[in-house]
Design a protein around this ligand. Structure first.
Ligand code: SF4
Ligand code: SF4
Length: 244
């Protein structure tokens, strides 16, 4: 059953709590249906001490999105009903410190729009009152702005907004599905950062001469910088956008 979102302003408050004492504890994690952003993958694979390639193979499935034709990555689910997150435990989330943005923001959802005149981003929020969730029945009142901060969402949102912009660019330039080769490049640079790094280093996919020595070393030294570059590289390689 789909839940009608209730729109809510960033300064508005809602009442919610989630802890091991709620009657529905873990139910949401045993019935997941969410896609993962590139930054979610980066945080999770580092939490688990795995390469991005191992993480994608072990814990995720990839399919093509109906609307964008882009690859979408989501958890490989299991359990009694076949819908449980691979990281749910009887005690709660097994990857709590690095759980994905969609887990952090619940019971809210977030979308963004960008002004054509100024380029400024506006955030939009909605409250998702899922009937299985008893978290709304008790708890404290909290402002949307404070919820976002308390859940450590700022750095996720910064990274995820870049992905949203890449999807929007793709839809403007190339509506419809990608070719097999384009799809592979998209998955490589957005989701499989360790393989992307290896191809840059060993197969000269991108060279110091292409991007300058300083930037080259910057992206090779940090997953976050490499992902940031990967999104820019896809915008150039697939959608013809000039480098920043
Ligand atoms: S990552 Fe953690 S919070 Fe998110 S669905 Fe899985 S167990 Fe639940
Ligand atoms: S369904 Fe709601 S209250 Fe229950 S565990 Fe999930 S988020 Fe918490």
């Amino acid at each position: 059953m789909s839940v009608e979102p209730e729109y809510i302003g960033i300064e508005d408050s809602f009442t919610f709590t989630c802890h091991p004492g709620v009657t529905c504890f873990n139910q949401c994690c045993r019935d997941v249906n969410q896609f993962l952003y590139p930054y979610d993958i980066l945080r999770l694979k580092n939490h688990l001490g795995m390469s991005s390639t191992e993480f994608l193979d072990t814990y995720t499935v990839t399919y093509s999105g109906d609307t964008t034709g882009l690859p979408i990555v989501s958890f490989k689910t299991s359990g009694v009903d076949g819908n449980a997150c691979p990281f749910v435990t009887d005690q709660g989330c097994g990857v709590y410190d690095n759980r994905p943005a969609s887990c952090r923001i619940f019971p809210l959802a977030r979308a963004i729009s960008r002004s054509r005149q100024t380029g400024a981003i506006t955030e939009h929020f909605a409250l998702i009152k899922d009937p299985v969730c008893s978290g709304f029945d008790e708890g404290r009142s909290i402002r949307v702005r404070d919820w976002v901060i308390s859940q450590g969402l700022d750095e996720y949102n910064r990274a995820n907004d870049r992905m949203i912009e890449l999807i929007s660019l793709k839809q403007q330039i190339m509506p419809g599905p990608l070719s097999g080769e384009q799809r592979d490049k998209f998955v490589l640079a957005c989701y499989d950062v360790d393989r992307f790094r290896s191809l840059i280093k060993n197969d000269n996919l991108v060279s110091e001469g292409d991007i300058g020595k300083g930037r080259y070393h910057q992206i090779m030294a940090s997953d976050f910088n490499l992902l940031d570059f990967g999104l820019e590289w896809i915008a150039m390689e697939l959608f013809g956008k000039k480098s920043r």
